[in-house]
Design a protein. Structure first.
Length: 413
């Protein structure tokens, strides 16, 4: 599978020179770092939040669900509502909204206000990544689009490796509100950097209309891409969601090793994102397929040998690496799947990934509740990755059939 789902639109803006492009990516990557930090930091601070606001830990866990719900709802609605806004200006607005949501979280006097603030903080998440991916791709030379997109997304994976542990430690030492204050500061820095550094892409219509963006939903390949993200990517979350239980219960390590395992996973995600950029520039379908096959193999071997601590940690790293092959590749897949309405298609990826997050975690919880053991989530992940691979195969067959018929936009069928 060496083809991409469609060719990029013909009228491309002139690419930036490499040094300027690096600064543009850094500005948007800083915003991705802020988003990654706020998305995951709440997980490590739930006990402190629960005690401070006089709720139970399960009740506090609703904050994570509400943020994810904000992402799922916000990605399409915010993108469609802002369809006519210039893309660089929209990026500034979106990261400003991230800052506002986190400032409201830091100042929330009650749990109800905090819950609303977390939902609001999630609304710009998907739209920011979708628009940032579009801008990065359009300002990059041919053959390097995926590498640019992957470098923007590195902000998210580096956040899981550095930002989340640091903000969690700060929140535990001086109070959970400090973690959200840190995100406000990073978001403000990103907004200034985007204002100063990110140009408005020229060439083919980057900003569009509400009806124009909704055309993306008529593309079969858009739905294939979203299915791959929501189902195949859920295989990783089936394990990631339960690392806190798997590390002591399966690997035989103490609970103090859980942060180490999370760090190892974050490093793996970062490495995988870097590799994915080069793979995707060579073949979008190939990168997605290789990622899913890698997840199937690493999850299977993990389920068989994770009782050995070193092997378990090594395979957690492998699961993280291979799962990230689908980040930049799916983003480019969706951009190419709807070249005349790219913003909505690209932002919907993050709705799909958050559905995969929820589905993987829920199915993992179900098999644990059924008494199938702490390795059952890994086998659940295998099933989800296999299902995702089946969707890739169906997408590729449709692509080949339409390409043989001479269709210029195979996703429209």
């Amino acid at each position: 599978m060496t083809s991409s789902p469609a060719s990029p639109s013909a009228a491309q803006p002139a690419p930036l020179d490499p040094s300027r492009l690096r600064l543009v990516i850094l500005a948007m990557g800083l915003g991705a770092f802020a988003i990654g930090t706020t998305e995951f930091a709440s997980m490590g601070l739930l006990p402190q939040i629960a005690r401070s606001l006089s709720v139970s830990v399960p009740q506090a866990g609703m904050l994570i669900t509400l943020y994810a719900l904000g992402v799922v709802i916000g990605a399409p609605t915010v993108t469609i509502a802002a369809a006519r806004m210039p893309r660089a200006r929209l990026l500034m607005l979106l990261i400003a909204l991230i800052g506002v949501g986190n400032l409201a979280s830091a100042l929330a006097p009650t749990f109800g206000v905090l819950a609303l603030a977390r939902f609001v903080a999630g609304l710009p998440h998907g739209a920011f990544f979708g628009v940032a991916a579009l801008v990065a791709a359009r300002l990059s030379p041919p053959g390097r689009r995926a590498r640019s997109v992957s470098r923007v997304m590195l902000g998210l994976t580096i956040a899981t490796m550095l930002g989340v542990p640091a903000s969690t430690a700060l929140g535990q030492s001086v109070g959970w509100r400090a973690a959200y204050v840190i995100v406000v500061v990073i978001a403000a820095a990103s907004m200034v950097a985007i204002w100063r550094l990110v140009p408005e892409p020229g060439g083919s219509a980057v900003a569009g209309s509400m009806l124009g963006e909704l055309r993306a939903l008529r593309r079969a390949q858009v739905w294939f891409g979203l299915g791959i993200g929501a189902i195949g990517f859920g295989g990783m979350f089936a394990v990631y969601s339960y690392i806190g239980e798997i590390v002591p219960g399966v690997l035989g390590l103490s609970e103090r090793a859980v942060p180490i395992a999370l760090f190892v996973f974050g490093v793996g995600m970062t490495v995988g994102t870097i590799i994915a950029g080069r793979l995707t520039d060579h073949s979008i379908y190939g990168a997605i397929t290789l990622g899913l096959i890698g997840m199937i193999l690493s999850l299977t071997v993990f389920a068989l040998v994770a009782h050995t601590a070193i092997a378990g940690m090594t395979l957690l790293f492998a699961i993280a690496v291979t799962s990230q092959f689908m980040g930049p590749s799916l983003q480019l897949f969706l951009l190419d799947a709807s070249p005349d309405a790219p913003s909505l298609a690209a932002s919907l990826q993050h709705s799909a990934l958050n559905i995969g997050n929820s589905a993987g975690a829920a199915l993992g919880a179900a098999v644990l509740a059924a008494g199938w053991g702490l390795l059952a989530p890994a086998w659940t992940g295998v099933v989800l990755a296999v299902a995702g691979l089946g969707i890739v195969g169906a997408s590729y067959l449709v692509h080949r059939r339409q390409a043989a018929q001479g269709t210029t936009a195979p996703q429209s069928a």
